[in-house]
Ligand binder design. Structure first.
Ligand code: APR
Length: 237
């Protein structure tokens, strides 16, 4: 596999890339997180039925961002981005580790823990100060809504920026998926879009994912080891 600086490269990351930073993946414990099934706290119905449960669950995850740092896989993707003219990083992760590592051309397809959103007026705010990270709700500063929601794409909601994503994947030369189990659509379907347009597809994951047969190259192991090693090899070839 040869990369040129004018290769159009799209990278899709999932929970596996942040695992070595200490953030748990979703499906590691049969989809159970802090005694909740992820589907029970990550849907708009759960938010309607029991907002306190959902809010406190996400406040825990938001506070965790203060205790974690990007790892060598996040860092290596910045080197790749800097080398290439056309690059897009699509992350399913709601943590902020890619942007803290320095990634710029980045889409958070499933939203961002750092932000809160008002369902009444649509305002989205960066909300990582002390007063935003407590267990009480955060009120909207622009309207009368008393409870902002996490700026997260829950199950049954529409992922963000899909047009831009399909546009980039539909014309990429190389597609790289890192640390994702390939269970959750539409993100999981991007590999077959890339395949359909003839892109060279590379997978890096601890376990072979669902759609492993679609990859031209699959590397099994830890993202923190494989991603820097492969990127340094590609950039030096
Ligand atoms: N390095 C590489 N891969 C790893 C590592 C690691 N250190 N640790 C775990 N993995 C792999 C696992 O083998 C697994 O296949 O990462 C994958 C993580 O899969 P999931 O937990 O299913 O995470 P992801 O694919 O990102 O989930 C997609 O599901 O719950 C929703 O919206 C949520 O964005 C999330 C989406």
């Amino acid at each position: 596999m040869m990369f040129q600086s004018n290769s159009r490269v799209v990278v899709l990351t999932g929970a596996g890339i942040s695992a070595e930073s200490g953030i748990r993946t979703f499906r590691a414990n049969d989809g159970v997180w802090e005694n909740h099934r992820i589907e029970d706290v990550a849907t708009p119905f759960a938010w309607e039925r029991d907002p306190k449960l959902v809010w406190e669950f996400y406040q825990g995850r938001r506070r965790q961002l203060l205790d974690v740092v990007p790892n060598s896989a996040h860092d290596a993707l910045v080197l790749l981005e800097n080398y290439l003219d056309e690059f897009l990083l699509i992350t399913q992760n709601v943590d902020d580790l890619h942007s803290r590592a320095g990634s710029k051309k980045l889409i958070h397809i499933h939203g961002e823990l750092r932000k809160l959103r008002c369902e009444t007026c649509g305002q989205v705010i960066e909300a990582m100060n002390d007063e935003h990270l407590q267990n009480q709700y955060v009120e909207c500063t622009q309207c009368t809504d008393k409870k902002l929601r996490p700026h997260i794409v829950w199950f049954h909601e529409m992922p963000f920026q899909m047009n831009e994503i399909y546009d980039a994947v539909g014309k990429c030369d190389v597609f790289i998926a890192i640390g994702t189990s390939g269970h959750v659509y539409p993100a999981a379907g991007l590999l077959s879009v890339a395949k359909d347009v003839g892109a060279y597809c590379i997978g890096i994951n601890l376990d072979p994912p669902e759609n492993v047969s679609l990859f031209d190259e699959f590397h099994q192991g830890l993202a923190g080891e494989l991603v820097p090693a492969l990127i340094s090899k590609w950039l030096n070839e």
